[in-house]
Design a protein around this ligand. Structure first.
Ligand SMILES: C[S@@+](CC[C@H](N)C(=O)[O-])C[C@H]1O[C@@H](n2cnc3c(N)ncnc32)[C@H](O)[C@@H]1O
Length: 539
């Protein structure tokens, strides 16, 4: 069901070891989706995660400390222990920290095992994912009020604090309830002594609204990148990389803050209707996508509960991923158009759409969906389970894409059309992967760059003259996008760069905002999609 249920789009290095890498995935509850607003049970789980309005620090009387409601409860009256939703969020943070796991693979099974459903599940999801996204922002806030340096705090205590700060600053949980429930959580997890410390810190945090805290933590540096990094909770190298990528666009980088904010907002759940396998009637509680005829945006409900999704006739897939796949299938090839290859297919979201488009055009066609990791090959099998009905020529394989050649097409010339969606840093899908920004480092680029070049080179070599290669990443980092394509094309004879912007315009239902070709770059804040990149090359 998931666009990428392994959360990292694991990649191979030269020796074939599995390392972390890019990939696309569906993550988390939608913003405002079932956020409880009923004040049930007095734990204050209310409302959405909109930040609170407030006057700037300097306008506030009393040293900038507004009169905020303090808990009237005595400690003995407060929640004694963690409630299940907060405990689930805490356990997720600890698992993510201790075993390098992914939040979107950890929390949902944990909620199922513990029977946490509905509003409580949505609350736990927003709490866990939001806390992970805003980790550095909250650490900066905690550091300003803690007498002890953060490095000296036990990591579990720091996680409890972060969860408390998220409730206070980003969720509509009344201060007294956020403090009381978080102290209960501390008591149930890290012990009574730490619970007092948590209480003291959180009571100070409740003294100011979010806007004041952002001014305070932002004022600690004179450097604009560092200020954006701490206030929007991104590593500074990512802020620099995104600024650079935006500055390459005609609009420039003035909207960088909007992009960073978009990374912190959980995306809407978008479903792809695989042509020939599902129709709009199959997904009733949904609205049309913004750009593509295949996309449906769920207004409510769990996509996994939909029959068409369970049977792989539809799937959860970002609309940007759908758009680049539609464009990859639309670029004109010279001659026959029946033998297609997806070189890096796992977990199979694009392969399933690509194959359905091939089946429409040539039901007797062949699609080889190749994936390096056996585990992810199984996910491709699942994603394409229904596709076989309309494309008997589907062949899902495990193998190193760098070893696939024209002979694999079953004819001497090679494939008519090849999609190569390379492993990448995933900087274009940070909103789906709450913890990924903290795991990536600039060193990833050094490992990924050669692999991306080798995979694109293999894709070009596997394609027959007149055929088309679509190079795709879910990262806008220039080192993973245009630089890779330009480097490889310098060393490749008979390769013509097509205008991916114009070709994408042929498949959208609504005109895309103007952008220069030949590369197509989508953005969360400009298009409402992941920051997908597409280059189209004819051999
Ligand atoms: C960005 S993901 C692809 C996402 C996929 N196209 C989709 O839409 O579901 C990149 C994939 O490349 C795979 N991969 C890494 N190294 C590879 C290699 N040498 N050959 C083929 N696939 C590789 C990763 O395991 C990962 O599944």
């Amino acid at each position: 069901m998931n666009e990428d249920s392994s959360a990292d789009g694991g990649r191979s290095d030269r020796e074939g070891r599995r390392t972390s890498g890019g990939g696309h995935q569906h993550g988390g509850a939608r913003r405002g989706d079932g956020q409880p607003g009923d004040g049930r049970g007095g734990d204050g789980r209310g409302g959405d995660s909109r930040p609170r309005a407030g006057r700037p620090v300097r306008d506030r009387p009393n040293g900038g400390r507004p009169a905020r409601q303090r808990t009237a409860q005595r400690p003995a009256d407060r929640a004694r222990d963690a409630d299940p939703a907060r405990r689930a969020a805490y356990d997720t943070l600890r698992t993510v920290a201790d075993s390098d796991s992914y939040a979107n693979l950890t929390l949902p099974p944990l909620l199922r095992q513990r029977g946490i459903r509905g509003r409580d599940a949505a609350f736990a999801t927003e709490l866990a994912y939001g806390t992970l996204r805003y980790r550095d922002r909250y650490d900066a806030v905690i550091a300003t009020v803690s007498a002890r340096p953060l490095a000296q705090l036990d990591p579990p205590v720091l996680d409890v604090l972060r969860l408390g700060v998220h409730q206070v600053l980003a969720m509509r949980v009344p201060d007294h309830a956020a403090v009381s429930a978080t102290v209960g959580l501390a008591r149930g997890t890290v012990g009574a002594g730490s619970a007092q410390f948590v209480n003291a810190i959180l009571r100070q945090v409740t003294g100011r609204p979010l806007e004041e805290w952002l001014e305070i933590i932002g004022a600690e540096t004179a450097d604009e990148t560092e200020r954006l990094a701490v206030t929007t909770s991104h590593p500074s190298w990512i802020v620099r990389a995104l600024r650079h990528a935006l500055s390459e666009t005609p609009e420039g980088a003035d909207d960088l803050p909007a992009l960073l904010d978009a990374d912190n907002a959980a995306p809407a759940v978008t479903v792809v209707l695989r042509p020939g396998l599902a129709t709009t009637e199959d997904v009733p509680d949904a609205e049309p996508g913004r750009w593509t005829s295949t996309a449906r945006v769920l207004t409510h409900g769990d996509p996994a509960a939909l029959d068409v999704v369970r049977h792989a006739r539809a799937g959860v897939q970002d609309e940007g991923s759908q758009l680049v796949t539609l464009a990859a299938a639309a670029a004109q090839v010279d001659g026959p158009d029946t033998t297609w290859l997806d070189l890096c297919a796992g977990p199979g979201g694009k392969a399933a759409l690509f194959g359905a488009l091939l089946a429409e055009r040539a039901p007797g066609g062949v699609l080889i969906a190749n994936e390096f990791s056996p585990h992810r090959t199984r996910l491709v099998e699942q994603s394409t389970a229904a596709l076989r009905e309309i494309l008997p020529g589907l062949d899902v394989r495990t193998g190193d894409g760098r070893e696939v050649g024209p002979e694999d097409a079953g004819n001497p010339d090679g494939f008519d059309r090849v999609l190569v969606d390379v492993p990448c840093t995933g900087l274009g899908a940070l909103r789906r992967r709450p913890e990924s920004r903290w795991r990536r480092t600039p060193k990833d680029l050094a490992t990924l760059g050669p692999l991306q070049r080798e995979l694109l080179t293999a894709a070009l070599q596997a394609t027959r003259p007149g055929g088309v290669v679509a190079y795709v990443t879910c990262s806008p980092h220039v080192a993973e996008t245009r630089t890779v394509v330009q480097d490889v094309l310098k060393r490749t004879e008979h390769a013509e760069l097509l205008n991916a912007v114009e070709i994408a315009a042929q498949v959208t239902t609504t005109p895309l905002p103007a952008q220069d070709g030949p590369f197509l770059q989508l953005w969360p804040h400009r298009h409402g999609t992941d920051a997908m990149f597409l280059a189209l090359i004819r051999r």
